[in-house]
Design a protein around this ligand. Structure first.
Ligand code: G3H
Ligand code: 13P
Ligand code: ZN
Length: 297
């Protein structure tokens, strides 16, 4: 992970970090990496770990990964004991998200994790600033941009390997009421102060309207969903220091839309492999497009 993100920083591109909650999603992520021959990060949230089981997740990942350039990452780790357990279980990378705490407490918790994880060669992402939005177990009411001077101090004090910044994105399918906008000025200030730290953009789903429309056409009811424009994502990773772009919502919408379509068009079918397979295939196609947008080819 360290080598990958250092290279991404130097050559100005980003790795996609995609969340999975089952074997189908994981296989779609791995297949997209293989088809593009590009590294990818497979992320699991604490909620996903509860759903799949901790040891089951790691065993499944190791078995499915084979020779693919795919890294296993803990997303939004908040429970320090759980984060350390994932370090011990063999994760490539962990995120300590203590961003809801005051600065000093965020530093304290992050430092505790970097000290622990670095001894075992595990990469650590931390977060400073607050993203708006609600997604199952990740909540925040306001969007508080990352303070560039605090970011510099934070990285020096914690020795984290990468930093998630708040520049206007939020989690979930409803990110903007009007035009989508990111604060590139703050991003520039941050990267001028910590030029060797790879930056991470959470809440970076673009919420492709073609999948929202497909979802709604086949019985879904998702209205007014809006994500980050792809041109802004491209600018953030090719002109700035965003080296990891997180997406979960897009995969969920895409998978669900494809399953709904399959079931509606094949009402006689009840073989799980058929409709989950349709979801997996469509997510793979979505991810190939994303990797091409963010990566370097
Ligand atoms: O950024 C957060 C992830 O999308 C969280 O998802 O807690 O619903 O699994 P989850
Ligand atoms: P989205 O809700 O935009 O997909 O963000 C996911 C994320 O940040 C995971 O950490
Ligand atoms: Zn996130």
């Amino acid at each position: 992970m360290k080598t990958e993100l250092t290279r991404a920083l130097k050559e100005k591109y980003a790795l996609g970090a995609f969340n999975f909650v089952n074997l189908e999603m994981l296989k779609a992520i791995i297949a997209a990496s293989k088809e593009t021959n590009f590294p990818v990060i497979a992320s699991v949230s604490e909620g996903a770990l509860k759903y799949m089981g901790e040891e089951e997740t790691v065993a499944m990942f190791k078995a499915a990964k084979r020779d693919a350039k795919v890294y296993l990452h803990l997303d939004h780790g908040k429970d320090l004991t759980l984060i350390k357990r994932m370090v011990d279980l063999g994760f490539d990378s962990v995120m300590i998200d203590a961003s809801s705490h005051p600065f000093e407490e965020n530093v304290r918790q992050t430092k505790e994790i970097t000290d622990y994880a670095h001894k075992k060669g595990v990469f650590v992402e931390a977060e400073l600033g607050t993203l708006a939005g609600i997604e199952d177990e990740v909540h925040a009411d306001k969007n508080i941009y990352t303070n560039p001077n605090e970011a510099k101090k934070f990285v020096e004090l914690t020795n984290c390997d990468s930093l998630a910044v708040a520049i206007g994105t939020s989690h979930g399918a409803y990110k903007f009421a009007g035009e989508s906008k990111l604060n590139m000025e703050i991003l520039s200030e941050i990267e001028n102060l910590i030029p060797s730290t790879p930056l991470v953009l959470h809440g970076a789903s673009s919420v492709p309207q073609k999948y929202v429309e497909l979802l709604n056409k086949f019985g879904g009811n998702v209205k007014g969903a809006k994500g980050v424009d792809e041109s802004l994502l491209s600018e953030a990773c090719h002109k700035h220091n965003i080296c990891k772009i997180n997406s979960d919502t897009d995969l969920r919408i895409c998978f669900t839309a494809a399953v709904r379509k399959y079931l509606t068009e094949n009402p006689e079918e009840f073989d799980l492999r058929k409709y989950l397979g349709a979801g997996k295939e469509e997510v793979k196609n979505l991810l190939i497009e994303k990797i091409k947008l963010l990566g370097k080819f």
